[in-house]
Design a protein around this ligand. Structure first.
Ligand code: F0G
Length: 348
């Protein structure tokens, strides 16, 4: 069933809200037994919530479908957002779906190739800013206050409402919340949304427990961990290259209310986790997504027998092929012969 329909009674949906859909949500929760074994964990279950399986390849579609439905409801004609790439792709796709124009502002040269291609092909007006994501966000805020643009960044409360459904799905599958939920933190909307979802299901009596929220920022872009804005954030995980997150206080509240942590992982740990998720489990996520699993590696000592651990893989690896080819050797080229192939793969 489509997302808005399935979770209608938990969402701000009225009889005038159109049931927009590209069949987002209902993403797989995949048991990662090889990672459990690799970490030598006994009787600890790790699950990966693979949000790369959404229509535009990231978790953003959950919040975007809700925000766009509400924009249609109020008669908006044009959406606008700042983005490190995924929000732009999602806003462009859902705007196209309902016949609206979209405008997206992105930091020049700092978004993954696949995401840029998506925004362009879905028909967004794409503007590259000579500045970082934080500057893009300031500009779209000002534009949406003074012009008839519907802001679809997570400052739009309907975004977080839609995104909380990922927590619902996890509880619907496991019959309870996990003990720990690991998640990357950029603009800090998603960690906030998951906590909203988990606490709502808990209040409703659907989940008997609540997880500890474990958020991870890239070391060079970790304003929440450092407790101050970062002027020039840097990380290979361009999706979370953010120095002044919009949902900063809400994320801190989610951390503290849940008894969790927000910590850093290095670019090296991120790329290593990305490679291990792919080579051990057959799941290809983008670098920012792997920050959650890098967090599991970093905190492996805290788990106890019987613990259930979930990590969100926020986006698909195909969005950012360049990052792989930069860090891995290009495959060898040989003459077209059986012998040469056998030699190349070390069978001769
Ligand atoms: N992972 C991916 C793949 C993302 O694209 C983002 C955010 C995050 C994690 C962090 O989530 O911002 O809710 O803390 N991407 C935004 C964008 C900023 O513009 O696409 P967050």
């Amino acid at each position: 069933m489509m997302l808005l329909e399935r979770y209608k009674k938990f969402l701000p949906i009225t009889e005038n809200t159109p049931m927009v859909t590209l069949h987002e949500g209902n993403t797989p929760l995949i048991r990662a037994r090889n990672i459990e074994e690799y970490l030598e964990l006994k009787d600890v279950q790790i699950y990966l919530k693979f949000e790369g399986m959404n229509p535009t390849g990231s978790f953003k579609d959950r919040g975007m479908v809700m925000a766009i439905a509400k924009a249609v409801e109020k008669g908006a004609k044009c959406t606008i957002c700042a983005s490190t790439g995924n929000t732009a792709a999602s806003a462009a796709a859902y705007s196209a779906r309902v016949g609206m124009q979209s405008v997206v502002l992105i930091p020049e040269g700092k978004i993954a190739l696949g995401k840029l291609a998506q925004a362009v092909i879905y028909g967004a007006k794409v503007v590259q800013i000579k500045g970082n994501f934080d500057r893009c966000l300031e500009i779209v805020k000002e534009l949406s206050e003074n012009y008839p643009f519907e802001l679809v960044n997570s400052l739009n409360p309907f975004r977080l409402e839609g995104q909380k459904t990922a927590a619902f799905e996890i509880v619907d599958v496991l019959g309870r919340a996990p003990d720990y939920h690991f998640i990357p933190v950029g603009n800090a909307g998603n960690i906030t949304a998951y906590w909203m979802g988990y606490t709502q299901y808990h209040r409703e009596g659907i989940s008997p427990n609540l997880p500890k929220m474990m958020g991870f920022q890239a070391e060079g872009a970790a304003p929440i961990v450092r407790g101050r804005k970062i002027e020039n954030p840097e990380t290979v995980a361009t999706a979370i290259r953010i120095g002044n997150p919009a949902s900063w206080e809400k994320a801190v509240r989610a951390r503290d209310e849940s008894g969790g942590v927000i910590d850093t992982v290095t670019d090296e740990e991120i790329l290593n986790a990305q490679r291990l998720i792919a080579s051990l489990e057959g799941i290809f996520c983008e670098p920012a997504s792997a920050a959650s699993v890098a967090g599991i590696f970093k905190y492996r000592k805290i788990f106890r027998r019987g613990d259930i651990v979930v990590a969100t893989l926020t986006g698909h690896g195909l969005k950012d092929p360049n990052v792989i080819l930069k860090s891995v050797k290009e495959p060898v080229v040989v003459e077209p012969s059986v012998d040469d192939v056998l030699e190349a793969i070390g069978w001769k």
